[in-house]
Design a protein around this ligand. Sequence first.
Ligand code: ADP
Ligand code: MG
Length: 319
Amino acid sequence: DELISQIAAGEVVERPASVVRELVDNALDAGATQIQLKLMAGGVRAIVVEDDGLGIPLEELPLALKRHATSKIRSLDELESVATMGFRGEALAAISSVAEMAVLSRFDGAPHAHRLDARSGELQPAARARGTSVEVRELFFSTPARRKFLKTDATELAHCVEAVRRHALARPDVGFTIWHEGKLVEQWRAASSEARLKDVLGEDFMAESRPVFAESGPLRIYGRAGLPEAARSRADMQYVYVNGRYVRDKLIAHGIRSAYEDVLHGHRQPCYVLFIEIAPDRVDVNVHPTKIEVRFRDGREIHQKVRYAVQDALALSRS
Ligand code: ADP
Ligand code: MG
């Protein structure tokens, strides 16, 4: 069983940033308005995510660490229309099989908090305001082969920050703070979408990009597309969200790419942030444990709409 969890964990947890992504997902699902991330040694030594969300009821605390325990979905039908980020109930279980973990939570209205140590199962009263802290230490301590694949602390930290950036772009209403080794790395206060884009991606990106907006029936595409002259040598500023979820989708990437086709040459990469809103039954998000891929019912239509939306934003002729 331990082995099965560790194999399953391999699909979910690749590096500290995977843990960060899952924990921030959970904090957002819990309705947090402030999320604080504290890292040590690029997240390998420690990842602590603190939120001010609803918290976990005492009796559900031990359950939260069990595989396929999720409080977010009660039936298979609901899988079709998941609005929350997590729904497989495997993240916490997977993480606790490859790291030391403790969950400290105070449920809404509870007189105090409780701390559960994953390894010992020990449950103790603790002090905390409403919300949840998840502490993950010594990632891959029992699987040295996996630990060897990790890069330098600076690189792992950069990946962790990027994981939070992806959430932060989609949730301007939530404040995010990132600390590393006790030093403040990033702070994005709750803001309008426009202000959040500027805070996270910088003023240069805002100056060198144009707003995207297209609507057809229940399909909405919006965000910002970088001008061709602002293209980069690396594809490091490309963000696509489907119904609020960050995705990496070849079809969408290709649709965007083809909008730039006559104006970008060589290996230059466009910069963009695109939010796609689509009826939940037109898209399948349950295809991969990392939840980063999606499958559209009407792929061709999406491809074309994305392409036109970007061309219109850049005032390029539709070819
Ligand atoms: P999933 O998110 O897919 O349900 P997880 O393993 O990520 O599975 O989390 C298991 C359960 O633990 C969640 O369904 C939720 O009930 C609870 N949980 C985890 N993190 C938090 C949090 N930050 N705030 C409130 N509840 C949480
Ligand atoms: Mg989750």
